[in-house]
Design a protein around this ligand. Sequence first.
Ligand SMILES: Nc1ncnc2c1ncn2[C@@H]1O[C@H](COP(=O)(O)OP(=O)(O)OP(=O)(O)O)[C@@H](O)[C@H]1O
Length: 568
Amino acid sequence: MGKVEVATTKHIEEKETEQTSFKAFNFRELAMATKNFRQECLIGEGGYGRVYKGTFQSTGQMIAVKQLDRHGLHGNKEFQIQALSLAKLEHPNLVKMIGYCADGDQRLLVYDYFSTSTLQDHLYEHKPSQKPMDWITRMKIAYGAAQGLDYLHDKVNPPVIYRDLKASNILLDDEFYPRLCDFGLQILAPGTGDSLFLSSRVMDTYGYSAPEYTRGDDVTIKSDVYSFGVVLLELITGRRAVDTTKPNDEQNLVAWATPIFRDPTRYPDMADPLLKNSFSERGLNQAVAITSMCLQEEPSARPLISDVMVALSFLSMSTEGVPAAVPVASFRDKSMSIALSRHGSCSVVPFSLSRREERDTSSVSSSDSEDEEEEEEEEEEEEEEESRSMKKQEEETNATDSDDESDSNSEKGQEEEERSQLEKARSSRSSSDSGSERRRSVDETNEAAQSLKMKYSYCSEEDDEERLSSKSSCKSNDESLLSFRVDSNRNHDDSPKNTNNLAHDDDDDDEEENHETRLEHIHSSKSEVQSVYSDDDAGERSGESSLRRIEPEEEEEEEEEHDSSDQD
Ligand SMILES: Nc1ncnc2c1ncn2[C@@H]1O[C@H](COP(=O)(O)OP(=O)(O)OP(=O)(O)O)[C@@H](O)[C@H]1O
């Protein structure tokens, strides 16, 4: 499917008949539904305009009507085209747009109405009679929000940058099921270049905006990952992204948390006191590890939301956190599985940068640096030793598991079965929307993923392939705006795209194609230095994992090496 064509009014009319759920309303209909936009129907006001609650008398359907500020808006036709693009975005974790109105100079968007409240209300404004959200509920909310974001980043083409992810834009129903609202509105409001308009939006998103946004650099999908990290930090700590009632050094949540990220012994102190320590330390450590990865200063060092989503799928189903032996093939970028498995053991090491990398990036005076280097090398050796023994333990577990499976074909068959279970687990949640279906699918997800948890562990062969193929993604901003489509050719489940390397097809062509896919991988970066984490070679020989960043040249060499070994 190509890009969304420039739709004419006729196309839009045709669309209405095809897809009755999306409609062009006239102003009168919406005025009637909202009692003439009366104050009592006003739900709130954001950077893009006011939101009113309404009801269609004929059907009883409840709606939320967003009356966009007319300042700097597109003309009628462009508005219709963009509204149609937004209406195509459909996912259980996104608030559904059901129509628009472009009468005269009025510009309104109509959404399904979701009662109750936002994540912000639940975290900070809950009534004394309400029980505070427990740990698993918080992780489930994060998981759902990650699924919605993953849809925008990875399942529509070109990707949609949310730009405005924050606790007040996550709506929660009575069962705490999260739905993201306010996404993609940038395309409808080119007037955001206006300094007055922009200042009110920046005020609102202050505390959530990625550093590159504040610097005026390109905003990418990785900027959304940063905002997601802030939301995750709010869920863990119960602290607002910005809280001016706190002492100066605690007002900005990320600034407060950054030094703590480097000291895992302090992680338990970060947890929301309302949780009353009702969580496993491992689960907490892993959640903080994910958060810290999302909040990396450099966009390319942040994980893909798809990896965050997979990690959260585990955290949201168990108080114990992600199992120490993580299904490595679940993650596109291995740094996530390594970070999590490190936080699954009692040896907790900063996960974002290896010591070597930290050394490279910090400016240490040369007189002290040699001694320090020696010390650090000793520490590295200790770490490697630790990691080796972890790996050994895992291998032993693997050996026990695989004793019964001497036949390699049956192993492959099992792998495929496990993979399909994982895919089933992932797709089941997004394919259902109604309350009971959703509950059932969550149970299925848990069941399937739990069974996978038991079976998977590190696999050195997969590690090797992952090392060669995994690349961080940094899709360019300009790809994402103006028009997008839901790509039906893409895999709409959340399964990792690098699973091609496990496909065993009789057809030679297919095999070749798989091989190419494996090497080239789907992640691409137009502009930024690739940040790829890999096993270091020495470590690999000894069967251990350590993190380091490969620069692009080095990466190419490794790919060549792989190519030639493949030819052998
Ligand atoms: N579909 C909906 N159903 C129910 N309430 C909604 C819906 N969409 C938005 N709201 C509520 O309307 C209010 C205003 O929303 P809006 O997104 O315009 O502002 P905001 O999130 O406060 O600020 P910003 O525009 O900067 O994101 C919020 O309280 C939001 O929770």
